[in-house]
Design a binder for this molecule. Sequence first.
Ligand SMILES: O=c1cc[nH]c(=O)[nH]1
Length: 415
Amino acid sequence: MSAPLADLVIAGARLHGHDGLVDVVVEGETIAAAGPRAGDGRVAVRRIEARGGLVTPSFVEPHTHPDKSFSRSRIGEVGFADDLMRRQVALKAGFTVADVEERATRFFTLAAAQGIGLLRAQVDIDSITRLVSFEGVMRARERCRDLLDVHVTAFPQEGLMKDAAALDLLRVALRDGADCVSGWPNNENSKEDELAHLDLVFELSQEFGVPIDANIDYFTDPTERMLEPMAERTLALGMGGRVSANHVGALETYADADAARVIAKVAEAGVSVTICPTNLSSGTRYRGVSRPHELRAAGVNVTAGTGNFHDNWESFGNLDPADLARLAYHALGLSHVEGVDLVWEMLTVNAARALGTAAGSVAAGQPADLVVFEAADRTTIVRGFGGARTTVKRGRVVAGRTASSWVADLPAASA
Ligand SMILES: O=c1cc[nH]c(=O)[nH]1
C-alpha cells in the first residue's frame, strides 16, 4: 500500500510551551495531525523543514487603515503640516480606486508575508473619498483572498452629523460587502452630536447585522466620554462580543473612581478594547494607551493594533507582529520576559476574539493558518531575531520573508 498523501508536512517544528519537536501534517485546509514524528511515512505535496523553528497560529491584526497606507510621501504635496484633519482631506481628495487598490494590495501582501492571517481594515467613507477608498480596498481584498482574510470596516472618518453625505454612503458600503460598521463620535461638534453619532452606529449595526469597530475617546482628554454610553448600548442590545473600542486614550485621564466605573461597565457589556502603542509618540497630541492593566484585570478583552501606517497620521510601521508585540510590551510597561506571552496573546487569541472568531491552535482538526519561524521561541522573535518566516493560509504556503545579515571576515578569536 502506498503512503497516505498529505498536502503539506511541516517537519521538526517547535510548539510554544512544549519540549521536543513535532511534525504538523496538513490535509486540505485543516491540520490532520500534530505531534512527534506525525509526518513519518507521509508523502507530502509540499514539505517544510522547520529545523526546530516555532510553528504558531497566524496573527490577527485588529486595527488598520490600508486605504491610506503608503500615502505619507504625498504629504509634501498637500501641506498643512500642523493640522491632521485638514491635511487628510487634501490627501484623500487625490485618491482614485486604482491607486487605493495598488496601495492596499501592497499592504495586504506585506501583512501576509509577516504572518498575519486575519486583519480588520477600517476604510474611510465620507463626502471626500465617497466610495473610492472602499472600492479600492474591496478590489485589493479580492486579489489577496488566498493570502489572508480581511474584514472591511466602513468608517465615517469625517463624522456622521458633520458630514451629511456619510450615512447614505455607509449604507451602500454595508449593502455591498463591508463586514463591520465604525464610527468616531468624538469627532463631532457637540456632545449631543457625539451621542447621535454613536446611536447611528448602533442603528446601522442592527440594520445590517454587523459588528461595531469604532474609534472611541481617542485623545487624552477627560471630556471625551463615549466609552461609557457605548458600553451601555452594547449591554442594552445584548451585543457583547460584537463591539470593539479602538484607542480609548481618554480613559487614562479620568479620575480613578470614574475610570473604575466605566471599566466595570465595559467588562459587563463584553466590549473589546484595542490599544494602539504608536499613539504614544505620533500625531500632534499625545494620545495615550488607555488603561490596559485595569481593563484586563476587570476581564475586558484587550488587544493591540497597528493603526495608521505610512500616512497622514503615522510615519512608520512594518506590519511585523513581532514589532507590534514589542511596542505593546513597552506601552504596557512590562519588564519581564513572561510579559512576552501576554502581548503575544493580545495579538492572537484576544485579537481573534475581538473579531468574533477563535485564534486556533496547532492541533489536529484546527485550521491550517500558521506561521513557521526560523527562531525557536517567542522571546527571540519579539527581540527581532525571528529570522525567516513562512506563512501558511488554508493549508497552502502563500507568503514569507527571509532575514539575513552579513559581516566581512573577522580576525581569528584570540587564543
Ligand atoms: O487614528 C486615526 C484616527 C482617525 N483616522 C485615522 O485614520 N486614524
